[in-house]
Design a binder for this molecule. Structure first.
Ligand code: FAD
Ligand code: MLT
Ligand code: ZN
Length: 483
């Protein structure tokens, strides 16, 4: 791209001097000794859908090093991709061409934790699960949780404004992140690492970085308020005969268990087939059902929550809203039920290359899009349920239905344009026609960059561009993404 400099040996020498030698991975082409395989994990995304060809990966250890690196890259017009755990699902964290990868993985220290307020301050490269273990030892829980917790970074979560399975209970990171430290493209450090719950001193700049997907600055530190860890957790899996039943059960769950309801997730029979086939898990219920729901309650009084959830299950079964249900009896059953839900993305990935759409749609029509896409693929001759000879193997839906968030997945034998054309831009038009969002939680990245207009007006996009110009006038940060 003519806007950016092609990285040369001289640049690598300069950048190498800014950080410890073991934190730099450079290929022979730019004067290093790493082979392409060593950079593969930084160049390719989790879905193996997007592949860049970066020749240089920098893994600084301090905010000062990040600032020095960016200052140099900005002055030389060298494009940079900030990268966390590289679990993103829209190609946002990998280079498109040969951008330098700036990985935060060496910035992984807890900076402080206040046991009275539950406020955690840490480096952006801390792995979410490790943070959850850290705060758990002190009686707290991270306000977000997702299937990629073992690899994703808190900085990546914030940059992506990740949602996940605790969103229903604890809400968005726009609420739980209290402060950020971010380095701008020109090396300026914005120290907004506040630990205050209340701070009305003008514009709240950190909010711009939450969900900015690495396009406005590199997040190096995060302050987040963590809730008390619930001492009583219950989980049940339900077999439901229809999508209508999934909604009715949600209404009843809120009515009967609202104050302790902490998750309401659903998946369809195709997802269940994939999970059982790939995760070695036993079916939690006696037979098959068109839909499955996982309900979780979290509270502080086990007897109270047991009684409430048991009464809800009885009512759901007696009224015929659900056909079957199983209540986890101990911690290991709770874990197994959750791993069934959380194992869906990996199981679909093992079934075949997966096209993922992550949309917000009003709950009553949320699942309709799955049927509409399946019909379009059938009409195009690419799919028939159960026919393994067709290029498309599965069309399925799951997700955080309590938040109005559907994950529509299409599993095929390869990523190819003739398949994509069947559902793009149709899926985005479908979502826009219901005033939904083309990204509920995964972001725009490179995947949806050309479709942003389905969820944002021209005026809003114009202001987004102006904000980008303010923070990164040379557009070196994560080019080709979002805008
Ligand atoms: P990366 O993938 O490395 O990067 C994501 C984006 O953030 C990129 O644009 C990157 O440039 C930018 N970025 C990363 N770190 C920084 C930083 N320090 N400063 C500035 N920009 C940065 N997402 C959900 O919302 N909910 C889910 O339930 C969910 N479940 C998932 C389950 C699985 C199995 C997988 C593989 C992914 C899932 N995701 C989910 C998507 C993904 O895990 C999240 O978006 C996660 O927050 C990404 O974090 P990461 O550290 O891997 O970021
Ligand atoms: C999930 O909810 O499992 C994640 O968002 C990942 C996915 O959509 O596959
Ligand atoms: Zn999700």
């Amino acid at each position: 791209d003519g806007r950016f400099k092609t990285l040369g040996r001289g640049d690598v020498e300069r950048l190498r001097a800014m950080a410890a030698p073991e934190t730099v991975l450079a290929t022979e082409a730019v004067g290093g000794s790493a082979d392409a395989a060593e950079l593969e994990g930084f160049n390719v995304d989790w879905l193996s859908k997007y592949r860049g060809s970066s020749q240089l990966v920098l893994r600084p250890k301090t905010t000062g090093e990040v600032a020095e690196i960016l200052r140099y890259c900005n002055s030389e017009r060298i494009a940079v991709v900030p990268q966390g755990g590289n679990t993103g699902l829209v190609g946002g964290g990998v280079p498109v061409h040969d951008e330098v990868v700036l990985s935060l993985r060496n910035m992984n220290k807890v900076r402080g934790f206040d046991e009275v307020s539950g406020i955690l301050v840490c480096d952006a490269g801390c792995v979410l699960e490790e943070l959850d273990n850290y705060v758990a030892e002190r009686g707290y829980t991270m306000p977000l949780d997702l299937g990629a917790k073992g690899s994703c970074h808190i900085g990546g979560n914030v940059a992506a404004n990740a949602g996940g399975i605790r969103f229903l209970r604890y809400g968005s990171l726009h609420g739980s992140v209290l402060g950020l430290e971010a380095v701008l493209a020109d090396g300026t450090v914005l120290d907004n690492i506040s630990t205050l719950r209340k701070d009305n001193t003008g514009y709240d700049l950190k909010q711009l970085f939450i969900g900015s997907e690495g396009t406005l600055g590199v997040i190096t530190g995060v302050s987040v308020v963590t809730p008390r860890r619930p001492s009583a957790v219950n989980v049940a899996v339900l077999g439901v005969p229809s999508y209508e039943g999934v909604q009715r059960a949600f209404r009843l769950a809120r009515a009967r268990c609202g104050e302790v309801l902490s998750a309401y997730e659903f998946w369809d029979a195709s997802c269940m087939g994939a999970v059982l086939g790939h995760q070695g898990l036993k079916h939690p219920l006696a037979g098959e059902h068109p839909f499955y729901v996982l309900i979780e309650t979290s509270g502080s009084n086990k007897a109270h929550d047991d009684e409430k959830l048991a009464a809800l299950l009885e009512e759901l079964l007696e009224s015929g809203v659900v056909e079957d249900g199983a209540l986890a009896q101990d911690e290991s059953q709770i874990r197994r039920m959750w791993s069934m839900r959380e194992g869906i993305p990996e199981s679909l990935g093992r079934t075949g290359p997966t096209y993922k759409y992550d949309v917000s749609i009003p709950i009553p029509v949320l699942y309709d899009v799955v049927g509409d896409i399946a019909r379009r693929l059938e009409d195009a001759g690419l799919y028939r349920a159960g026919d393994a000879a067709r290029p498309v193997r599965l069309v399925c839906g799951y997700g955080h239905i309590g938040d109005g968030n559907l994950h529509l997945n299409i599993v095929a034998d390869r990523f190819e344009d003739r398949i994509t054309r069947v559902f793009e831009p149709f899926v985005y038009e479908w979502v826009a026609s219901h005033r939904g969002s083309i990204s509920a939680e995964h972001g725009i990245g490179q995947m949806k960059r050309d479709y942003l207009r389905y969820s944002k007006s021209p005026e809003m996009i114009a202001y987004m561009r102006r904000i980008k110009d303010v923070f990164d006038p040379n557009h070196i940060l994560n080019p080709y993404k979002v805008l």
